[in-house]
Design a protein around this ligand. Structure first.
Ligand code: KIV
Length: 273
């Protein structure tokens, strides 16, 4: 399958992502939550844009991902969809809109697809949400799984520490990955687990495995945009590589602007009509 946008740019699809895994090309994925940032990251050539429920943290300032609503996720996703020409767009189904009720899960997934125009949804969990995953997939909606440190379960874990270090949890994670693959998920995100376990998962399942804090032996990597750009400075886990200091650059620009306004330096004659 090949899908072309109006500008005749070859879009990334689930099929393209599978081909990338099969030939050993790593998949790049970043979050975006608004039009302007999504436009920049898409033009840079990212393969997958994730409209993550981390919007709850970095856009809305909540401590966890739990408070963000389906309506708010659709708002963010719609803005991203308007900007993106090439990347594959995945949207997180938020906490409380799919767990424990497969009819509601299907309704939520369909609302995201219909109202935002995104290409796929992401769910957190394995065996316990199998019924919801199957139901969503049966409607033709591509599903990305998410295992390991699943932030929607943070109050069950009690801590953001590395998951699946113990054998029992590692075994369950591997089983969950196989279940998600058997259901028909097109990819799985693994968050904050030992690199050796992530490698085993990526070798066991045939679908792409994208890691965040899961080492380099997986099929791709994902980071939260605000963290890798250094907009958020208070969150610095070991797995995060900070590619810029946008907080520093922005603070310098803002303070210079304030100074210029106070000093009557801005606007000057050429900046006036
Ligand atoms: O919401 C999010 O940003 C995510 C990534 C951390 C994978 O789920």
């Amino acid at each position: 399958m090949s899908v072309h946008s109006s500008a005749n740019i070859k879009r990334i699809t689930t099929h393209v992502l599978q081909e990338m895994k099969d030939r050993g090309e790593k998949i790049s994925m970043l979050t975006a939550y608004d039009y302007s940032m999504a436009k920049i990251v898409d033009a840079a050539g990212i393969d997958i844009v994730l409209v993550g429920d981390s919007a709850s943290n970095v856009m809305a300032g909540h401590e966890t991902t739990l408070p963000i609503t389906l309506d708010q996720m659709i708002y963010h996703a719609s803005a991203v969809v308007r900007a993106v020409k090439r990347s594959f767009i995945v949207v997180d189904i938020p906490f409380g809109s799919y767990q424990g009720n497969s009819s509601e899960a299907l309704r939520s997934a369909i609302r995201i697809m219909k109202e935002s125009g995104a290409h796929a949804i992401k769910v957190e969990g394995g065996a316990e949400i199998k019924e919801s995953v199957v139901r969503i997939l049966s409607a033709g909606v591509p599903v990305m799984g998410h295992l390991g440190l699943t932030p929607q379960s943070i109050y069950k874990f009690g801590t953001y520490t590395v998951r699946a270090k113990e054998e029992a949890e590692a075994e369950k994670l591997l089983e969950d990955a196989k279940i998600l693959e058997e259901c028909g998920c097109f990819a799985i995100v693994l968050e904050k687990i030992p690199a050796s376990l992530a490698k085993k998962v990526a070798e066991t399942v045939s679908i792409p495995v994208i890691g965040i804090g899961a080492g380099g032996d997986v099929d791709g990597q994902v980071l939260v945009m605000h963290d890798m750009l250094g907009i958020t400075q208070e969150f610095k886990p070991r797995f995060l590589r900070q590619y810029a200091d946008l907080q520093g650059i922005m603070t310098e620009a803002f303070t210079q602007y304030i100074k210029d306004v106070k000093n009557k330096d801005f606007p000057n004659e050429s900046e006036s009509y």
